[in-house]
Design a protein around this ligand. Sequence first.
Ligand code: FAD
Ligand code: MG
Length: 270
Amino acid sequence: MSGLNKFLSSCKGAYDTVQHFLKTLGVPHPHREIFRVHPYITSNPQLRAQTQAQVTASLAHIKNSITRHGLEHIALSYNGGKDCLLMLVLVMAALHELYSKTVSIPHDYTLDSIFINSEELFPELLDFIKSSNEHYNANPIVIRSNLKQGFERYFNEINHSAKCIIVGVRSSDPYSSGLATEQYTDPDWPRFIRIHPILDWNYAQVWEFLIGCNLDYCSLYDEGYTSLGGTSNTIRNPFLKIEGTEDRYSPAYMLQDDADARERAGRLKK
Ligand code: FAD
Ligand code: MG
């Protein structure tokens, strides 16, 4: 199979996964060991319905952005975290919807998945970035730099036709409550359009989607990490510590009370 055909087949897979999620009412029982020890409790049809509505809205937004800006001008920022994994799957499902009927996709097209790396990272996260890019047939671009300079290099040296980057930021992230679904970068950043398709998702909805779709995610989340940064500033979330144990934590999806505020409790100030 050619590179493009492999990619399109991954888009079809993502589309089928998302459609299944949209049509079903509850979480199936994923076969991973962790769910036997820590069952994912959601007999919560309201959460499922809210998450389905988020999926529908995000898909419409992504399709609209791709149609307006042009597929070849768009890339993803992908750091292997739960939010951009959700975003990657939605982008691929949207691509399938847009391109399964018409064939106007260049034969050498690749979806750039940009990871800008400036910190010492957990090996599990590095492994997941690699394996998930392979699984979804995205084109990994790794730039060793800080975020701003990294994107400058991407636009100036790596992809001259790119104009927009899709970002998995959510409104509850620091300094993100005022973001629009699409906007230019701030004046002190290289100038390009940011697309924010999952801005309104909350923590519980992200996990409802990842688990409801039975997606593979970075294994650190099963060890009690809820927000992944570098090794020097990331610890497991204290709110997930299992009482009466010295060093045992529940998985990230068990964080339920006040989850959006507590999600970053394992991220230390730099
Ligand atoms: P996360 O929740 O892990 O990140 C949120 C999302 O940012 C991820 O889902 C992913 O899509 C992306 N991302 C984060 N880290 C990386 C990385 N190392 N490599 C690739 N993608 C990553 N801040 C401003 O103040 N003004 C701006 O104009 C601005 N423009 C940005 C444009 C882009 C394309 C990106 C990725 C970030 C930009 N930021 C900007 C910074 C942004 O607001 C967050 O501070 C930053 O994404 C880190 O997010 P987080 O710590 O919340 O981590
Ligand atoms: Mg995040």
